[in-house]
Design a protein around this ligand. Structure first.
Ligand code: UDP
Length: 331
């Protein structure tokens, strides 16, 4: 039986597909290539190009393929963009989930592993954040994902579709063999932007604010390696296949790094000076976001291999330095 990876051409989805394929799993990818890259899809996976909001497209896949579980990454994920284009997020993310769950119900597909986010917690009351903490998102992106979590809860009660929601903190890094990595246009995330400065593709890093309530005044985030994240999804599929109840897990390293610390780490890894300046705050950024991820370790048996941000940055650097134009440079 196959796993359907919706959004398997994107940054995290493509690493998931690689991980599954390398574990001997049959994989089907659905992606509309709106932000993903055809060349990011592992050649051993079967690819269907289309949109998960298109019911006929989903029916074709579920009719043709023997799908056992869906791993759902097909969503927009840029917080600042969601502030200016909220309906785009509710349409693609929340709307896409309606069609996907309806199709799963009608084709009797019982398991879904879902990319949720720390952004569902909004401004946390304490740190580290636990799965049981209140979820009050402060941006449309976080709300679109929280609505998707809630929809899955009701779909479980009504139709018995079991889910695992994985709430990611800050995902970074690339496959250690350097074959796939992060390639967003435009890029908004801290690690790839720092590395673009190291490559000379940008003049300097703008650090968004140094007057936050954190030790050095810059935001603190919890970085998790993309392959560790992929491993957690494989464990989540196994958890569902074993007959367990629906559940939600944080995925982070439980250690916070400030934006200034990330810059220093990248200077060390790359050996480049990486000029930086302090810029105004970016709207929607909470002071700190650090996960309590002991639940995933205990219940899923998750054991992340990358616990040092230098190693995470080093894998990203391998990808960026060998593919300065991203997938355009890939042979
Ligand atoms: N950030 C920054 N300069 C940039 C991009 C990001 O200072 O050019 C900061 C951002 O304000 C936040 C942290 O880096 O404090 C992580 O942001 P990112 O967009 O990578 O992830 P998010 O936390 O929004 O999911």
């Amino acid at each position: 039986m196959a796993i359907l990876v919706a959004g398997g051409a994107g940054y995290i989805g493509s690493h998931m597909v690689k991980d599954l394929v390398e574990n001997g799993q049959e994989v089907v990818v659905a992606d509309n290539l709106s932000t993903g890259h055809r060349d990011a899809i592992n050649p051993k996976a079967k690819f269907y190009e289309g949109d998960i909001r298109d019911r006929k497209f989903l029916d074709k896949i579920f009719d043709n393929e023997d799908i056992e579980a869906v791993v759902h990454f097909a969503a927009f994920s840029i917080v600042p963009e969601s502030m200016s284009k909220p309906l785009k997020y509710f349409d693609n993310n929340t709307g896409g989930m309606i069609t996907l769950l309806e199709a799963m119900r009608d084709h009797n597909i019982k398991y879904i592993v879902f990319s949720s986010t720390a952004a569902t917690y909004g401004v946390p009351e304490h740190m580290p954040i636990k799965e049981t903490d209140p979820q009050n998102p402060i941006n449309p992106y976080g709300l679109s994902k929280l609505m998707m979590e809630k929809m899955m809860r009701w779909a479980d009660k009504a139709y018995g579709i079991k889910f695992v929601a994985l709430r990611y903190f800050n995902v970074a890094g690339a496959a250690p063999d350097g074959t796939i990595g992060e390639d967003h246009g435009p890029e908004t995330h801290l690690v790839p932007i720092i590395l673009q400065v190291a490559q000379g593709k940008r003049d300097e890093l703008s650090i968004f604010g140094d007057d936050y309530n954190t030790p050095d005044g810059t935001n603190v985030r919890d970085y998790v390696h993309v392959m560790d994240l992929a491993d957690a999804h494989i464990l989540a599929i196994k958890y569902l296949e074993a007959g367990n109840e629906s559940n939600a897990f944080n995925l982070g390293s439980s250690t916070g790094f400030s934006n200034k610390q990330m810059l220093e780490a990248a200077r060390k890894v790359t050996g480049e000076p990486i000029p930086a300046k302090i810029a105004p705050r970016r709207p929607g950024d909470p002071d700190s976001l650090v996960a309590a991820s002991d639940k995933a370790r205990k219940i899923l048996g998750w054991n992340p291999k990358y616990d040092d941000v230098h190693d995470i940055i080093a894998t990203a650097w391998k990808w960026h330095s060998t593919h300065p134009k991203g997938y355009e440079d890939r042979d």
